[in-house]
Design a protein. Structure first.
Length: 318
């Protein structure tokens, strides 16, 4: 594997690890830091690896549906069935309808969709990116991306949401585009740029102090947009710098290759973990870190089962 691919896998591995830590470890200061850039990092890395080799829109959509939406449904349908049985048992048909809309229209406001919102949103980002690259002119594409981000930010302020997280995708597209464009300067990122994490920590803390809450891309809540962009971009570059200076690490590389799987597969253990009441803040933090390690290891062990199911589903849909 060449150097470029290796650091991309390392960066994805770090991002996947941050998702697990951010979900399982209830340490506010750490969550403020992580949520400032970990999801923008995913979208950025998707832009880095984006290669539009399917000029036909239908072919492109089918490929991305197989890669992203099939895993999404594999992860959410079992939980959806469980929730349906619970709703029917208690006679709450309104909640049943809400879960159905949340899962199959990928609409915000349900506990199941909120755990895996990234996947449908990424699907929409790829659709938008395909349209952008058809312009040929890079300047026009970047201008379109900026306009889309402004619209996405405005929708968040107005609390207007769309299916498949399309409102969030308009902002996410900005980071995707950064990944496509800025990798021309990738070689200039060196070890010293790891210090940009300091800027991420400071700007994310300032954002929290000013707005009273951490960033949450899922709900289009960015706080101060300037501080958000500073924190996210510095965190992205800091992570790339860190990844490029990591010696050969097969474990992190494996986590990176399994990043999308880990993101979706953590839905079930996360749902269970959030229903467990643990006393004491220190105890919660320690158990949170231990749970993160344990869940990560277990999910990687059972991944071959998911891989076989994924292949079967794709074969059925061809």
């Amino acid at each position: 594997m060449n150097e470029r691919i290796r650091w991309i896998d390392y960066s994805k591995g770090i991002a996947a690890g941050l998702v697990l830590v951010g979900h399982f470890v209830p340490l506010r200061s750490l969550q403020i830091f992580i949520y400032a850039f970990h999801m923008p990092l995913f979208f950025f890395l998707a832009g880095v690896t984006f290669r539009n080799q399917q000029p036909n829109f239908r072919t492109f959509i089918k490929k991305k549906f197989m890669q992203i939406m099939v895993p999404y449904f594999i992860f959410v349908i079992p939980m959806f069935i469980v929730k349906c049985l619970q709703d029917i048992h208690v006679g709450n048909m309104k909640l049943l309808v809400k879960h159905f809309i949340g899962i199959f229209l990928c609409w915000k406001g349900t506990s199941l969709y909120s755990g895996v919102w990234f996947l449908p949103c990424m699907f929409i980002v790829y659709v938008l990116a395909w349209g952008g690259v058809q312009l040929q002119n890079t300047s026009q594409r970047i201008l379109g991306t900026v306009i889309a981000a402004i619209i996405g930010y405005s929708l968040g302020k107005l609390n207007i949401t769309f299916p498949f997280g399309a409102d969030t995708a308009l902002i996410a597209l900005l980071f995707f585009e950064m990944g496509m464009v800025l990798m021309k300067y990738e070689k200039s990122i060196s070890k010293k740029h790891i210090l940009l994490y300091i800027i991420t920590a400071v700007s994310s803390a300032m954002n929290f102090i000013l707005c009273g809450r951490r960033v949450e891309m899922y709900s289009c809540d960015y706080g101060d947009i300037v501080l958000f962009l500073i924190a996210s971009f510095s965190g992205i570059v800091g992570t790339i710098a860190l990844s490029k200076n990591i010696a050969d690490n097969k474990s992190l590389e494996k986590i990176g290759k399994s990043a999308m799987y880990l993101y979706g597969a953590q839905l079930v253990p996360l749902s269970i973990y959030r229903d467990i009441h643990i006393g004491g803040n220190i105890t919660k933090i320690v158990i949170g870190f231990l749970t993160t390690i344990l869940i990560g290891r277990i999910l990687l062990v059972i991944q071959p089962l998911y891989d076989r199911l994924y292949i079967r589903c794709c074969e059925k849909l061809k």
